[in-house]
Design a binder for this molecule. Structure first.
Ligand SMILES: NC(=O)c1ccc[n+]([C@@H]2O[C@H](COP(=O)([O-])OP(=O)(O)OC[C@H]3O[C@@H](n4cnc5c(N)ncnc54)[C@H](OP(=O)(O)O)[C@@H]3O)[C@@H](O)[C@H]2O)c1
Length: 345
């Protein structure tokens, strides 16, 4: 019976969220005075729910990484109106397309110059359930944005996060995953670029990138948290079914007709962007664990069999390192500045 209640709590909004076995509310977020955060895709949807909550709880400085200035301007106006100009002024927007890994590295370096500590990193931005597409570097866009861009960002920010932890703070990173990771192809091995560039349909494409988000958290736990950095934690999260641009609009690109059920039919049962932010806020302010898959509101779940495979996680991260090195050579090694400094841990 509790399993059914947990499933309802994880995926649906409203009172269903009170059924879960591990409760957490946004009001349980501790005071964050003095802390610094980075949130990708922090200007709309679930990401806005996250940035709003961090500011409400007094975060000192918050970097938002996203593509659209117009959207971030709207978000800042909303924050100023509801939380006051002082809170809105604590946000710094950095234009960053996560599929452009050279730009991602530059943005990470800029953050390291501007901030003397980094307590929270929310790897949230993402391409939703949409058709397969390649980036200009010739890599599947779901993997390039949802997984690889976040690995590049995290890896370049990691020295600052380790320093913050060494000063006696707990540093927390969250990766926005999804229960759609169960729809990653059963034969996923993360063995080659060719494999991740194979079109497996909108759910498969998206699911594979979300499987990567969970595997990365578990890999990080083994290779960073448990290898000398006990206060640097990384977890993956599932927000449930949330009413955002992804679930209302983008879904039509993949399913011009069937998307109607997702965008309108089940709209009354979806969570709002604040309810959708709950597991992330728990993961980046409260949990003491690392390497978990945290479903809404704060329920640790095993995830799919694939998500628990250490071998698959190792394959994924080796492939990630190789693809980044190979694809950014002309912008780095060939100009005398190797991108080989992508130390994943
Ligand atoms: N909604 C759900 O039901 C649901 C369920 C499970 C998981 N999720 C995950 O939750 C996360 C947030 O999604 P959401 O539902 O809140 O959707 P959303 O409202 O569409 O927000 C997506 C955010 O990602 C940013 N983004 C997209 N592509 C980017 C890129 N290439 N580089 C940098 N930023 C990029 C967008 O910024 P710009 O507008 O500036 O591009 C936007 O801020 C995603 O990872 C999503 O997969 C959502």
């Amino acid at each position: 019976m509790q399993t059914i209640k947990d499933t309802l709590a994880e995926n649906l909004g409203g009172p269903a969220t009170l059924l879960g076995s591990h409760q957490f509310k946004l009001d349980d977020c501790p005071d964050l005075s003095g802390k610094v955060a980075v949130v990708t895709g922090g200007s709309e949807g679930i990401g806005f729910g996250v940035t709003y909550t961090l500011l409400k709880h007094n975060i000192a400085k918050l970097f938002i990484l996203s593509k659209s200035k117009e959207v971030v301007d709207g978000a800042k106006d909303a924050m100023a109106k509801e939380l006051g100009q002082d809170k809105a002024d604590r946000t710094v927007w950095m234009e960053c397309d996560l599929s452009d890994w050279v730009r991602v590295k530059d943005v990470a370096e800029a953050i390291k110059r501007e901030a003397s500590r980094l307590d929270i990193l929310v790897n949230n931005a993402g391409r939703g359930i949409m058709p397969a597409e390649f980036t200009p570097l010739g890599v599947d866009r779901h993997m390039a944005v949802n997984h690889i861009g976040h690995v590049v960002l995290t890896s370049h920010l990691l020295p600052l996060m380790k320093r913050t932890a060494e000063q006696g703070h707990t540093v927390r990173i969250s990766n926005q995953a999804s229960n759609v990771h169960y729809q990653a192809p059963a034969e996923t091995r993360f063995a080659s670029l060719e494999e991740i560039n194979t079109d497996v349909g909108p759910n498969g494409q998206y699911g594979r990138s979300k499987l990567a988000a969970i595997l990365y958290a578990r890999y990080f736990d083994r290779n960073v948290t448990k290898k000398g950095h006990p206060n640097v934690l990384m977890n993956a999260t599932h927000p449930g079914l949330v009413s955002t641009k992804q679930s209302r609009t983008s879904i039509f690109e993949a399913f011009p007709l069937g998307g109607y059920a997702m965008s309108h039919g089940i709209e009354p049962f979806k969570k709002d962007q604040f309810e959708g932010a709950v597991p992330t806020i728990y993961a980046v302010t409260t949990t003491k664990e690392s390497g978990q898959y945290i479903c809404a509101p704060a329920i640790p779940e095993a995830g799919s069999d694939l998500s628990q495979s250490e071998e698959l996680a190792d394959n994924l991260m080796e492939l990630t390192r190789n693809v980044v090195r190979e694809k950014t050579r002309s912008e780095s090694a060939d100009k005398g500045c190797p991108f080989d400094d992508l130390v994943l841990h």
